[in-house]
Each structure stands twice: as structure tokens, then as C-alpha cells.
Design a binder for this molecule. Structure first.
Ligand code: CP
Length: 340
């Protein structure tokens, strides 16, 4: 396995194929250990993981905390409502404070896009050793979710041993609110790195035409793309058409909390056109895998029947896979810190 090259994890835009493979191989090893009955290992004993969630979370927060516990790290949890944020302390000063307490990794979720870059820059400027792990920033990036989604698909398609190349030329359909979705952006970086062709399906208000240029748009703080050749992005306005040729589907939550204007005239008509139902799935001749990052809006972007009855609905697999993926990320950041 390569020497891990990133002190901080903000985005998948700067992940090389080797980076992805390091994460997936390690996650697979942690998974195998758990399946053999070893849930907890002393790999990060004596280290401190601090979770700074300024925005609500069920899956990401708890699975990062569980991942840290499974690696025997100490875990410190920040609660914004009872913290000195309420006295006017800034987010940056909060992060500096936890770094001064000895945090090896700060796992950060916040509603502002790119804020983890700002925090990391400040910490690096004061020679802090603390790593930053982005757990979702605004609509920009959610790298651990992107990794666990792609890991879930690779596990599904791999015949025997885990093989990321199985994604090459697969048509992956992402349905819904792409414009507000940090998950969609992270999925697009990861899927395209392994040669998957991505179809984005939804109305213009949620998927503007310029999304076809997403992978060619310059990325802040990055000179060049570490991945030489990527899969394509196509936009479709018809779910009935795009589902016919899909090899897998990722359904996105309608993110009403991030919609600054009324982008949908009618939620019912959105559900009729773009909500995933068992009927729409019959348009595809295969039993394709269905993913959703959660939390789900039942009956809006996905029907309860698909969630509860469709055999290849992998939502719970995604949640379970989040733990070994996050164990791998925490472990790799610690290894980076030990080598400098
Ligand atoms: N998928 C996801 O980020 O879920 P949470 O908001 O519950 O963490």
C-alpha cells in the first residue's frame, strides 16, 4: 500500500486511483476482521478524534464515532448548542481550541461550503499537527459518503475479491437534487475516476445544464486532476428514459434546507416525474442496485415499497459500509501524521 499523501481530506477531487484503492483495501480488511469476530483493534490507541458537527447528522456523526471506537481512539464530541459558540466564539477559534487539546483528527460538518479549507489553513499556519476530515460542507463535498457509496457499488458488482475496475463503463444514474448535493459531487468524482458513465436526471432547476462541465471546471486549491481519464456526465430530464439503461441508481434527498428560492412549483408533480417507484424500476430489465445516502423522504424522492421491498435496495449496506470506510480514513490520516 502507498504512503498516504494527504494531511487533510476535504474533497475527492484530489484523490488519485491509488488513494481510492488504499481506502477500499483497508476498509475491506477492517470488514474482514469484523466478519471474523474482531470488532475492536488497538490501531489508534492513545490518539484523539474530535467530532465537530455544526449541522445535524445521524449517520455520519455516529459512524465516525463508532469507527474511532473500533480503532480504540479516544473520542471527543462537540455539542454546538452548549458550547462557547453561544458566547460568540468563532468556528476557527473552536477548531484551534480542540487542536490545542491534542486532537489528532477533527471531523467537521458545517453548512458553509469550503469551510474545512479555511480551518485547515489556519491550523497549518500555527504548525498544528491536527488533520481535518470533512464530514460534509454545504453543497461542496462529502468525501466519506462518496467513498462508502462507491465501495458499496464495487462490493455489489465484484464477483469474488473487491475490484474497483468493475465500475468501468457502468451507467450510474443519479436522480434528483444534484445542485444542492455535496454527496452527488463526491459521487461524481469517485465514479468518474473508475470510468463509470454518469447520467444526472432531474428538472433544470435542480440540475442546471452546465453540470455536464462539472469535471472540467477548475477546482479551488488544485493545479491538476490526479486522474488521467474519467467517465462522462450526461443530463437527462426523463427518468423513464434514463432508468432503462442504468446499471445502478443513486437517489438524492430533496434538500429543502439549502434551497434559497422555491425551485419546485409542486412537490407532488416532482414525485410523479422523478420519484423512484417499483413501477419505474420495471422499465429496466435487470434488478439493479439502488442507493440513497439518507436521510430519506419516503414518498417524495423514493417510495416506501422500493426502500422496504426491493431486493437490491442497498441503503442499509451503505450505512454498514460507512464504518469500515471511516475507520480506513481515520487510520490513514494518523499514519500520515506519524510519518512526518
Ligand atoms: N448521509 C448523511 O450524511 O447522513 P447524515 O446527515 O445523517 O449524516
Amino acid at each position: 500500500m502507498q504512503i498516504w499523501p494527504h494531511k487533510h481530506i476535504h474533497t475527492l477531487a484530489n484523490f488519485s486511483i491509488e488513494d481510492y484503492k488504499s481506502v477500499f483495501e483497508l476498509a475491506n480488511r477492517f470488514d474482514a476482521l469484523k466478519n471474523a469476530g474482531t470488532k475492536k483493534i488497538p490501531a489508534l490507541q492513545g490518539t484523539l478524534v474530535t467530532s465537530l458537527f455544526f449541522e445535524a447528522s445521524t449517520r455520519t456523526k455516529n459512524s465516525f464515532e463508532l469507527a474511532a471506537k473500533r480503532l480504540s481512539a479516544d473520542i471527543q464530541t462537540f455539542a454546538p448548542a452548549s458550547s462557547s459558540l453561544t458566547k460568540g466564539e468563532t468556528i476557527i477559534d473552536t477548531a484551534i481550541t480542540y487542536s490545542a487539546m491534542g486532537a489528532d483528527t477533527l471531523v467537521i460538518r458545517h453548512s458553509s461550503s469550503y469551510i474545512t479549507f479555511e480551518i485547515a489553513k489556519k491550523l497549518d499556519a500555527i504548525n498544528s499537527r491536527t488533520s481535518i476530515l470533512n464530514a460534509g460542507d454545504g453543497s461542496h463535498s462529502h468525501p466519506s459518503q462518496g467513498l462508502l457509496d462507491i465501495y458499496t457499488l464495487i462490493k455489489f458488482f465484484s464477483k469474488k475479491s473487491l475490484n474497483p475496475e468493475v465500475l468501468n463503463s457502468k451507467n450510474i444514474l443519479i436522480i434528483g437534487d444534484v445542485d444542492h448535493s455535496r454527496v452527488a459531487r463526491s459521487n461524481i468524482w469517485a465514479l468518474s475516476a473508475f470510468g463509470a458513465d454518469i447520467t444526472l436526471c432531474g428538472p433544470k432547476t435542480l440540475i442546471p445544464d452546465q453540470f455536464t462541465n462539472f469535471l472540467k471546471t477548475p477546482v479551488p486549491n488544485q493545479a491538476e486532476d490526479p486522474v488521467k481519464s474519467r467517465g462522462s456526465i450526461t443530463i437527462s430530464r426523463s427518468l423513464e428514459e434514463s432508468i432503462k439503461i442504468a446499471d445502478a441508481v443513486i437517489v438524492l434527498r430533496l434538500q429543502k434546507e439549502r434551497m434559497m428560492e422555491n425551485l419546485l412549483s409542486n412537490i407532488n408533480s416532482y414525485s410523479l416525474d422523478y420519484g423512484l417507484t417499483l413501477d419505474k424500476l420495471t422499465l429496466n430489465s435487470k434488478e439493479i442496485p439502488i442507493l440513497h445516502p439518507g436521510p430519506i423522504n419516503r414518498g417524495i424522492e423514493i417510495s416506501s415499497e422500493v426502500v422496504d421491498k426491493y431486493p437490491n435496495c442497498l441503503i442499509n449496506n451503505q450505512v454498514a459500509n460507512g464504518i469500515p470506510i471511516r475507520m480506513a480514513l481515520l487510520y490513514l490520516l494518523q499514519k500520515y501524521n506519524e510519518q512526518i
